[in-house]
Design a protein around this ligand. Structure first.
Ligand SMILES: [Zn+2]
Length: 307
């Protein structure tokens, strides 16, 4: 049997496929909130649409430099410890889909409690990341600093299996849409042990006392654990680019209790009344500022118009 490739034929086939794809839109099947991966089409030009999917991406900082100078076995065990750990976290928080991507991993959550599961998974990864990097740095003091950077985004997704029909080893579901892309961009922008969420995700987080406000330890309860961040790689005109970064990790004392509360769908704490009041005032001040800015812009535009 010859291994030679009919290159001309292959390129001709590819071009023909592109032509057919572009001539008409594929069929889109509304799946709402429910999807079974097993049902994903492979041959049919048919995509499944999910209304709201939450994507969590964990990216390992300096991963490409970790292996240099070490024996292959060391590099291999780093992957097992890091990526293997993240996969375990995603699984514990009932990810609906997960995949290893480069030196990190991403998970998708849809259906019930999707934001709660995704956020708890993200915070657990960044908490794990702190201890993980301490151990790696102790063993290899000269290695570059490392740790996971986490990004979360949400939105509509189209999905289909793409690859070679009848060969599962050459197939992969493709998740088309903003969530995975924006979550990856958010993760890339974050520092190690940090988590960045897009504006849409923040809206959901904001209303939950257990997620938005720190525990009573240290200077808490406080809302300063989340700070504003422009997700630069997301197009500026997309409101999703106005993200928030979470600094803190699960607290030794309160982490388990808060995680349980979030997963159980609880949202209200009785020790945050003052913090909530201050947050509301802050929002009001911010809204007023935006209005004032707009009026100023309108006035100068009118003035320019008169000249
Ligand atoms: Zn605490």
């Amino acid at each position: 049997m010859s291994d030679s490739v009919d290159l001309k034929g292959l390129l001709g086939d590819l071009d023909n496929k592109v032509k057919i794809e572009l001539e008409s839109n594929p069929e889109v099947v509304e799946k709402g909130d429910a999807l079974d991966i097993e049902d994903l089409p492979i041959e049919a030009r048919k995509w499944f649409k999910l209304d709201d999917v939450v994507a969590v991406v964990a990216d390992l900082k300096n991963s490409t430099r970790l292996g240099t100078g070490k024996r292959a076995a060391s590099t291999a065990s780093i992957y097992e410890a890091t990526t293997g750990g993240v996969v375990k976290v995603y699984d514990r928080f009932n990810a609906d889909f997960l995949a290893i991507q480069g030196d990190g991993a991403f998970a998708l959550f849809w259906g019930e409690n999707r934001y709660e599961r995704a956020l708890c998974a993200g915070i657990t990864v960044k908490t794990f990341s702190v201890e993980l990097s301490k151990r790696l740095e102790k063993k290899w003091p000269d290695a570059p600093e490392t740790g996971f950077k986490v990004g979360i985004a949400s939105g509509r997704i189209l999905v289909k299996r793409i690859g070679t029909p009848r060969n599962p080893a050459q197939q992969e579901p493709v998740w088309a849409g903003k969530p995975v892309n924006y979550a990856a961009k958010s993760a890339q922008m974050a520092e190690r042990h940090m988590m960045i969420v897009t504006a849409g995700v923040w809206k959901k987080v904001q209303a939950n006392d257990f997620l938005a406000i720190s525990c009573p330890c240290g200077n808490g309860p406080s809302s300063t654990i989340w700070t504003d961040v422009d997700i630069e790689r997301v197009p500026e005109e997309d409101p999703e680019a106005q993200g928030k970064q979470l600094v803190s990790t699960w607290c030794e004392t309160h982490g388990a209790e808060y995680c349980d509360a979030i997963m159980a769908g609880k949202r209200k704490r009785d020790d945050v009344t003052d913090v909530r009041k201050a947050m509301e005032q802050d929002q009001m001040r911010h809204a007023l500022l935006v209005v004032e800015q707009q009026q100023k812009t309108d006035r100068s535009a009118r003035r320019r118009g008169m000249n």
